[in-house]
Write a protein that binds this ligand. Sequence first.
Ligand SMILES: Nc1ncnc2c1ncn2[C@@H]1O[C@H](COP(=O)(O)OP(=O)(O)O)[C@@H](O)[C@H]1O
Ligand SMILES: [Mg+2]
Length: 355
Amino acid sequence: MSNVTQAATRQLDGPLLELTDVRTHFRTPRGVVRAVDGVSFSLDRGKALGIVGESGSGKTILSRSIMGLLPTGGTERSGSIKFAGREVGNLGRKEMRAIWGKEMAMIFQDPMTSLNPLMKIGQQIAEPLRIHLGMSRQDAMATARRLLQDVRIPEADRRLEQYPHELSGGMRQRVMIAIAMACGPTALFADEPTTALDVTVQAQILDLLGEQRRERNMSIVLVTHDLGVVAGHTDEIAVMYGGKLVEKAPTRRLFAAMKMPYTEALLASIPKMADPSHTRLNVIPGRPPDLVHPPKGCRFAPRCPYAAEKCIAEEPPLVVTPDDPLHSFACWYPVGSPEYIESRARIDAKKAEAA
Ligand SMILES: Nc1ncnc2c1ncn2[C@@H]1O[C@H](COP(=O)(O)OP(=O)(O)O)[C@@H](O)[C@H]1O
Ligand SMILES: [Mg+2]
């Protein structure tokens, strides 16, 4: 596999991706929108990171900041973004173009808006191969055919000649993955890649991404509002709220011992598979914070059932749990703390009284 060797020769020591205090703010007539507000984390090669949070928490803007795909007017970006040891946060479009596809690739929620409706599937996969890897037309087409097979699209020869509208949603997303894989990227950013798909196809696409990751030793950043989506498909999970990282842990650890009441609320809002309508039984009450005037203390405090005075007054820093250096969270009274247990007992007693 040429792609595997390619990835291997690029191996360097240290994390593949390292973010330090990344901020992306937008100047708007209403004021400065603090879409990403001081995010730090690192991601190792070949690992899958899930970025989870409600709609509007800054997930897309964070991944676009890393990819260098932000709108230009009115955008203020600061902090450091290192990719394979190199600072990429301040590169211009021209320099980023050399990185896109080969180093970092991205797939979006709706393949219909990213695929060219007037271009045959084969051409769309072949194009980046010709541009980035300088392949001949023939070689690019042969590679496109192989990529379609890699993403388990049957009858590759026929598909190469088809247009996007002739394919189902799941097949179109497979094509997007094939395009993203084309130049053998070191990291893939997948932004809500399965949100538009039904549950069965969702699982197939996530399995496919995992397969490609292992085969190519590629890192994946999987962005989603649904904690259920990342549960079985990531090594680590980062939870975002109001432009900030509020909890990060290895996936298994997060589910076994989550610290943030927000993460707990997200978990409670996972659509139940058993429920035929997949409705969210527990929507988190209240609204996400205004990112122009965010709350002074913990940004989740106004919606947190366990919030105390300190939570409203003072912002909790992201700290490491004493028993696991890979688990960090930002909460004054985390799940399991005496204060949490006490307010939880109070809430439960009230509920029992009301019932
Ligand atoms: N170009 C922009 N100008 C102003 N605000 C923006 C812009 N793009 C995104 N935002 C705001 O930034 C916040 C984070 O957006 P986004 O990253 O898309 O959230 P998510 O992907 O988590 O749903 C939202 O409040 C959104 O309205
Ligand atoms: Mg988004």
